[in-house]
Design a protein around this ligand. Sequence first.
Ligand code: ZN
Ligand code: ZN
Ligand code: ZN
Length: 159
Amino acid sequence: MRRRRAMAPPCWWRSRLREGGFRLTGPREAILQILSKVPAHPSAEEIFFLVKQLYPQVGLATVYRTLALLVNMGLIHKLDFGEGKARYELVQGPAAKEHHHHLLCIRCGKVIDCGEFGEKEREFLNKVEAPLSEKYNFQITNHSIQFYGICKECREKEG
Ligand SMILES: [Zn+2]
Ligand SMILES: [Zn+2]
Ligand SMILES: [Zn+2]
């Protein structure tokens, strides 16, 4: 397909897959498309459910395998909130946000992206990372922070 529809997201992952020597198979494309559209952080099972609507013949094992491959290639992030299931999000692209952190509601499992620290966060983390780097002689390149709590809706329900 040469012509790109006005609303179609730019498929940055195509060149990344090609560079990695991987073909863009149906399930790979489907998973990346799904992750570029859903705002939430779906689990493998939720992704499987959505992939099945496009590719009914695809099995859960294929979805797991494909997710692992995409994580290894650095195209998607695997998030572990300690729920006994991993969740996934794109590292870049339309539905993926800039560097951000997560607020997880321990009641309903909702994950909220928060990326608005900006300056303050950088200042704070520089203070934390510099002594860590020094103490462990470790070059820190990234971090992930998760906050746990109870969302507004759940607190209202609980009264
Ligand atoms: Zn951060
Ligand atoms: Zn909640
Ligand atoms: Zn996120």
